[in-house]
Design a protein around this ligand. Structure first.
Ligand code: ADP
Ligand code: MG
Length: 240
């Protein structure tokens, strides 16, 4: 589903990504961890072409993101992204937030889009909030709406960039539960998170980044029992 080959990205003299290479297979859940500033968001944004890369190659579902003549809109339809800040449209209701792109991008009828949105709201446990405005929802509820909005496009790949980092502790669980159920349904997912419980439970593979590089990659068991690199051990000892 995703092929990242030797990708580098500089901001001025700073190497945000330094020859990053990895794959994500269909249905796989990959969790990316690492200290602040290690390039996790830059990497995730590159997978949705929100960032220009300097060198290397990224394929998503066979689409060469940085190749010439790539239909970027087609890519954005296939890749859903959820950010730390929920970015809901404040002047639209929950339902409208979820139907807008369906109508504009997918060209669905209002009835079709509404039906899809209601189904997704049920899935994230917020059916009764369809008519509410985002400001009336808690952070956890807003993030669940943001997930439903991304899912409404029927993405083949979902990217999550620290989806629970802006939430009060008591709301983290409800968002992780939605992500876990998505994982169980077989969604291909790349998740940047500091939630090690989630990594342990859901990840097929964990990637540890530091200073723009992939330092270590392995199963959760490998990571949490016996990480190879000193830098990984240090990081884990700080957050666990
Ligand atoms: P992480 O998500 O792991 O915290 P980021 O990918 O956000 O790391 O950032 C990696 C590095 O690139 C950091 O040093 C950050 O300051 C720098 N960086 C990220 N985006 C920009 C930008 N638009 N302009 C300049 N520097 C940036
Ligand atoms: Mg980040």
């Amino acid at each position: 589903m995703v092929e990242v080959r030797d990708v580098s990205k500089n901001f001025g003299g700073l190497k945000a990504l330094d020859r990053v290479t990895f794959d994500v297979k269909e249905g796989e859940k990959v969790v990316i961890i690492g200290p602040s500033g290690s390039g996790k968001s830059t990497l995730l944004r590159s997978l949705n072409k929100l960032e220009q890369i300097d060198t290397g190659r990224i394929l998503v579902d066979g689409i060469d993101l940085y190749g010439q003549g790539t239909d970027i809109n087609k890519l954005r339809e296939e890749v859903g992204m959820v950010f730390q800040s929920f970015n809901l449209f404040p002047h639209k209701t929950v339902l409208e937030n979820i139907t807008l792109a369906q109508c504009v991008v997918r060209q669905r009828s209002t009835a079709e889009a509404d039906e899809k949105a209601i189904g997704l709201l049920r899935k994230v446990g917020l059916e009764e909030k369809a008519g509410a405005y985002p400001a009336k929802l808690s952070g956890g509820q807003q993030q669940r709406v943001a997930i439903a909005r991304a899912l409404a496009m029927d993405p083949k790949l979902m990217l999550f960039d620290e989806p629970t980092s802006a939430l009060d502790p008591e709301m983290i669980g409800e968002v992780l539960d939605v992500m876990k159920s998505l994982a169980r349904e077989g969604m291909t997912m790349v998740v940047v998170t500091h939630e090690m419980g989630f990594a342990r439970e859901v990840a097929d593979r964990v990637i540890f980044m530091d200073a723009g590089r992939i330092v270590e990659e392995g199963t959760p068991e490998h990571f949490f029992r016996n990480p190879t690199h000193e830098r990984t051990r240090l990081f884990l000892s700080q957050i666990l």
